[in-house]
Design a protein around this ligand. Structure first.
Ligand SMILES: [Zn+2]
Length: 208
């Protein structure tokens, strides 16, 4: 018989009572590595352009998906997060967290880096920001994303569109008034959007 609770010592001579509940059914999503708990966090943000305090705002609803590229080749999510959260006065960006929710490696590995509850300032320089940020690793203005990276991004963005009822998918350059070329997708944007709108791709399509 499965007990309905368990007693856990509280270290003070007493106990916590943990009551088992029916486990929520996890939503189906693409295979990703959940890195939220291991990503660097800087509670002492000192970027002079940043006015949000020690953390990104918590944004309850999402309005769009923004596509980025990292803009350097060979950098890992952890290393970019370390630089992003290093103090501005020490040569970092001086921001609270990595400013992308999802990161897609060149080999198609999807990494969930920053919890979706956080709304970034980065996409359009406004705060807070209700976009979901998805970043392609690498310099995608120089090297077109390999097909495996493109496919992973399409699968992820299709899932996010469906899960959060979103229809708007934009490049960073389209929401930041020409301040950036990110995601550098001039030569592959059409291919990406065509794949995204293909009703025949990927597992989240119901094949019944
Ligand atoms: Zn960007």
């Amino acid at each position: 018989m499965i007990p309905d609770h368990v007693l856990v010592p509280d270290g003070d001579g007493g106990y916590y009572k943990y009551i088992y509940q029916d486990a929520p059914i996890p939503p189906e999503h693409p295979v990703w590595i959940d890195m939220r708990d291991v990503m660097p966090h800087n509670a002492n943000s000192d970027n002079p352009n940043w006015t949000g305090g020690s953390d990104w705002a918590i944004v309850e609803s999402k309005s769009a998906i923004t596509i980025h590229h990292v803009g350097v080749e060979g950098a890992s999510a952890i290393n970019v997060a370390k630089w992003t959260t290093r103090l501005y006065s020490s040569g970092g960006k001086g921001l609270p967290r990595l400013q992308y929710h999802f990161w897609i490696d060149r080999n198609g590995t999807i990494r969930y880096c920053t919890d979706l509850k956080y709304g970034f300032w980065h996409d359009h320089g406004g705060y807070p920001n209700s976009h979901i940020s998805v970043v392609f690793a690498g310099r995608c203005d120089v090297t077109r994303p390999p097909q495996v990276q493109m496919d992973a991004a399409v699968e992820l963005v299709q899932y996010l569109k469906d899960e959060y009822s979103l229809s708007v998918v934009r490049g960073h350059n389209e929401v930041s008034s020409g301040l950036t070329i990110c995601p550098g997708w001039k030569k592959w944007k059409d291919d990406f959007l065509n794949l995204l709108n293909s009703p025949l791709s990927f597992a989240i399509v119901d094949l019944e």
